[in-house]
Structures are given as C-alpha cells and as structure tokens.
Write a protein that binds this ligand. Structure first.
Ligand code: ADP
Ligand code: MG
Length: 340
C-alpha cells in the first residue's frame, strides 16, 4: 500500500487515545479546564459510569465567540503565552483535550463571558463542528459529552462496568477537590450516591477539605506539615504512624496543584516513617509540594500524571524533614535514619 496522509478526523481519533482513556480521564481534563478558567463552583453529572453522559458545569470566565470556535481545534490553547514549556502554571497547555473528546464522543460546549449579551453553543459530531448558536446561560461554561467511544468499539470494550467507571470518576474528583480546597465540587450521578464538597476557605481550608474528602478520622489522626527548604515547600497532612492502611491508595501527592504519581515522593514518605510503620502497612498522607515550575517536567506523560524532578534529592530530603518534624511535634521522635 502506498503511504497516505491521514485525514484530520482520523488523526484526532488516534490522538484521542492518548488523552482520553476512559470517562474519568474526560472528567479530569474538563474539570482542569474549569479550574484554569477560575471557576469557584464545578458541578459534574454522570450517567452510566460516564459512558452515556458526562456534564461539567463551571462558573469560570467563559469563552467568547472566537475562543469557543478555536477551543475544539487541535493544538489550540490559551495557556501558553510564549514558547516556554519550562514555565507552565496552568493545568492544561497542550490544547488537545477538547479536540480529542470531540472526535470520540458527541461534544457540546456552551459558554458565556461576563460581558457577553448571551451565551453561545457549539456541537461537534464525528469531529465536525457546527454552530455557534445563541444559548441562554449564566457566566461560565457547560461541556457535555455523550456516548463516549461509541465510534471506537475497541475502546468501549475495554471499559469497566458502570460501577467501575464511576468509581474511577469519584477518585479523580477526590484528587481535584483535594488539590483545590477553595473550589466547591458537586458530583451528581444516577450511578452512585452524590458527593458534595463545599468550598472551604481561609486558614485551615486545606485541613477542612482533607477531612471532607479523606474523612474526619484522618484529620483527627494526622499532623499538619509546614516545611520549606532549598526552594521546596512541603505542606499538607501526614497520618500518625498508628493510623495506617493495608495499601498505598490513601497516599495523595500534589505538585504545584496537580495530582501526581511519583516514586521520589513515595520513597521519601516511606523513609520518613522509617521504623514507625511496618513494611506491609502504609501511612495515609496528603502531601503538597510547591516548587519552581522550571524544576519539574510535567510533560513526560500525556495525562500529566507523572513528572520528573530536576533535583529529586532536594525534594526527598524536604519531604523527609517535613514529616519528621510533624511527627516529632506529635511525640514521635525521629530515628536517626529519619533525621538525615
Ligand atoms: P488546554 O487546556 O490544554 O489549553 P483544551 O483542549 O482542554 O486544551 O482547551 C482548549 C482551550 O479552550 C483552553 O486553552 C481554553 O482557552 C478553552 N477552554 C476549555 N475549557 C474551558 C472552560 N471550561 N472555560 C473557559 N475556557 C475553556
Ligand atoms: Mg485542558
């Protein structure tokens, strides 16, 4: 067969596979967009584990006509002012999510800016856009995604049951709620009992949000972290060594507002607890690292769930010290390996 240049619709559908793995990844992308838009309240509605319907409504700054039209194009983003991939301060920057979603689902976006007379709505079907048409709306954006992967049967087959997929959605939302304590998150769904995490603000907001999401018992059995060293700021809460779980699922890591998986952080937590926790037990932690964006590469993974620290050693020792100090204040004296 001769080489042929693939049509745009197909290119987008292939690219979509990298960004959109399952309903929960759509939720992540859309909620991150809402957060980037400065939303203070985000309402997520799902049906059939997000397979038949996902709806994300925000009260952020919205999009005007020109931006709304561009938003569903590939590689179109408002979040990279220059060409510097080393200085990313928003959650998004690739400009791929909406284009990808539009090629594997029925996508409808309604949006209104503060000074617009009315809202506007566009639709994408099979990668083809129509609209905008006027739509009554408050300031903000509503993104509706229907029948995800209906045109990619191979992908659809690999999704879990509705219950499994809605579990993954809840998990994603938990992390987003933990990363953004001053945003009010509502999860409506026919699948599962709804969650509601009211906005918490002011001093202690983070603790209050962690109590909402992880549970009051965690908040009552944890120490607050506050440590800064060599440009690495560590905050959050670390459970007491007497409050552990049988797996690492209750260890939450955030770097510059983004939920991440990272071996350096997991290893540092393990080292910080040292001999206080048995090998087969896992402390519960919600660890927040703030660091110069130039010191992290978030561009390693399409879903941006993994990252690379330029100086992993500095991060490791800051985490070990932060937890060591916190536990010492609660009467758990750091062993010599912890003091390092
Ligand atoms: P990225 O987030 O990487 O820029 P997306 O495809 O997710 O790419 O979104 C494309 C653009 O559409 C964004 O850069 C932003 O300007 C706009 N946009 C998307 N969602 C929203 C929203 N909820 N509110 C306001 N603008 C949005
Ligand atoms: Mg985005």
């Amino acid at each position: 067969m001769p080489i042929r240049q693939l049509p745009e619709v197909l290119i987008n559908r292939i690219a979509a596979g990298e960004v959109v793995e399952r309903p929960a990844s759509v939720v992540k992308e859309l909620v991150e967009n809402a957060i980037d838009a400065g939303a203070s309240r985000i309402v997520v509605t799902t049906a059939a584990g997000g397979k038949s319907l996902l709806r994300i409504e925000d009260d952020g700054h919205g999009m005007d006509r020109a931006d709304l039209l561009l938003s569903v194009e590939r590689h179109a983003t408002s979040k990279l002012a220059g060409d510097d991939l080393d200085d990313i301060r928003s959650l998004g920057f690739r400009g791929e999510a909406l284009a990808s979603i539009g090629s594997v689902a029925e996508l409808t976006i309604s949006s209104r800016t503060a000074d617009a007379e009315n809202g506007l709505r566009i639709e994408v079907r099979n990668g083809v856009r129509s609209g905008p048409v006027p739509q009554a709306l408050n300031r903000g954006t509503i993104v509706e995604v229907k029948n995800l992967f209906a045109n990619v049967p191979a992908r659809l087959k690999f999704l879990k049951t509705d219950r499994g997929e809605s579990g993954a959605i809840t998990d994603v939302l938990k992390r987003l709620a933990m990363a953004n304590p001053s945003v009010h998150f509502v999860l409506n769904g026919s699948d599962r009992s709804a969650s509601n995490w009211p906005a918490v603000t002011g001093t202690g907001a983070l603790q209050a949000r962690l109590a909402q999401v992880i549970g009051d018992d965690f908040a009552q059995n944890a120490v607050t972290l506050a440590h800064s060293r060599h440009g690495v700021v560590v905050a959050g809460m670390a459970g007491l060594p007497t409050y552990t779980r049988a797996n690492g699922l209750s260890q939450f890591y955030f770097v510059n507002g983004r939920s991440v998986r990272d071996k350096v952080l997991v290893g540092a937590v393990r080292a910080a607890y040292g001999d206080y926790v048995f090998r087969d037990r896992f402390p519960v932690v919600a660890l927040y690292i703030a660091i110069d964006p130039a010191e992290v590469d978030v561009n390693v993974h399409p879903a941006k769930a993994e990252l690379r620290f330029r100086d992993g050693g500095a991060v490791r020792s800051a985490v070990i010290r932060a937890i060591g100090e916190g536990l010492a204040a609660a009467g758990f004296r750091a062993s010599s390996s912890v003091a390092d």
